[in-house]
Design a protein. Structure first.
Length: 283
C-alpha cells in the first residue's frame, strides 16, 4: 500500500508549484489505491500563520483532491526533542553558535544548500548558558552507519552522500523553531508511515541527509519521487518569497480549479510558466 504526503508550511499562500506537487502526490497514491496525506508543517516560529492551514484545505478541495490529514508539526515537538537526545547520546551532535554571516565568510566549499559549514565550533568550548544550535557530525555518523543507498522513482538507485552538505544543523538556536527541516521531515514521514516521499527535485540533495538520519534513528526507509519544478518566465522556480501568483487568488477570482489541475497533469502550463526537465537540481 502506497502512502504519499503533501506537507506545506503556513508561512505564505500556495502557488502553482505547490499545486503541481500536491497533484503528483495525490495521483501516485490514487493510482495505486493508496493514501494521500496532508501535513501542515507549522513550526516556523512567528512566520507560521494558523489561518493559512484552512486556506490550504480550500485550495486542495478546489483542485479536486481528496486527502487524509495528519497531526501538524506543532503537536510533534516532543518527538523531535527525543530524536535529538538520542543523537546526542550517540555523541553525534555538537553545539554551534555561528551566525550565517560567519559561516558564509569562513566557508571554503559550497554544497547543495549553499556554503558548507567549515566546522568552526566542532571542537570549541561554549558556555552552557549560551544559546546554540546543534549540528550533526556527519563524518562520525557515516562511520557508524557505513555505506547507504536510497531509491528515487525517476533517478534510480542512489549512493547516499550526506557529506556533500557538511555538518548540517538539526536543532535551531531559536527555541520557537525547535527542529530543522531535515530532522522534522524525517521524523514525520516515519511517524505517518509514508512509503513514497514525493517532493520537488530541488530537495533531491536533502534526501542524502534524510537517509543518514533514518539509519541513525532506526526509522523505516521509504522510496522517493522527486518531480520536476514549475519555473516562471525568468527560469526560476516559483516561490512564496517572490510573490508568485497564489492559488487562493485564482480560486477567489472564479477560476476552475479542477480544470487547472487537469491542465497541470497534462503538462499544459499557464502563460509564462514552464515545467523544468527532470532532474532539475539533481547532483
Amino acid at each position: 500500500m502506497i502512502t504519499t504526503r503533501f506537507a506545506p508550511s503556513p508561512n505564505g499562500s500556495l502557488h502553482l508549484g505547490h499545486a503541481y506537487s500536491a497533484i503528483v502526490a495525490h495521483d501516485l497514491a490514487a493510482e495505486a489505491g493508496g493514501t494521500f496525506l496532508l501535513r501542515i508543517e507549522d513550526i516556523d516560529g512567528e512566520r507560521s500563520r494558523p489561518d493559512l492551514a484552512e486556506e490550504f484545505r480550500q485550495d486542495l478541495e478546489w483542485l479536486g483532491l481528496n486527502w487524509e490529514e495528519t497531526p501538524p508539526q506543532s503537536s510533534r515537538v516532543a518527538s523531535y526533542v527525543a530524536a535529538a537526545q538520542q543523537l546526542k547520546a550517540q555523541e553525534l551532535l555538537y553545539p554551534c553558535r555561528c551566525t550565517r554571516a560567519q559561516i558564509a565568510a569562513a566557508a571554503k566549499d559550497f554544497g547543495p544548500d549553499g556554503p558548507v559549514y567549515p566546522g568552526i565550533c566542532k571542537h570549541a568550548t561554549i558556555p552552557e548558558d549560551e544559546p546554540v544550535a546543534w549540528r550533526l557530525d556527519v563524518a562520525r555518523a557515516m562511520e557508524l552507519t557505513g555505506a547507504l543507498t536510497w531509491h528515487d522513482a525517476l533517478a534510480g538507485e542512489q549512493e547516499a552522500r550526506p557529506d556533500l552538505a557538511g555538518d548540517v544543523m538539526l536543532v535551531r538556536k531559536d527555541a520557537a523553531t525547535p527542529a530543522s527541516y531535515h530532522l522534522a521531515a524525517t521524523i514525520d514521514d516515519a511517524a505517518d508511515a509514508v512509503t513514497l516521499v514525493t517532493r520537488g527535485a530541488d530537495l533531491f540533495a536533502a534526501t542524502h541527509i534524510h537517509r543518514l538520519l533514518q539509519a541513525l534513528l532506526g526509522l523505516a526507509v521509504p522510496r522517493w519521487h522527486h518531480h520536476a519544478l514549475l519555473l516562471d518566465a525568468s527560469g526560476k522556480k516559483l516561490a512564496k518569497r517572490r510573490d508568485s501568483a497564489s492559488l487562493a487568488d485564482r480560486r477567489k477570482a472564479g477560476e476552475n480549479g479542477k480544470a487547472l489541475a487537469q491542465s497541470l497533469r497534462m503538462g499544459q502550463m499557464p502563460c509564462g510558466i514552464t515545467l523544468s526537465r527532470y532532474p532539475h537540481g539533481v547532483t
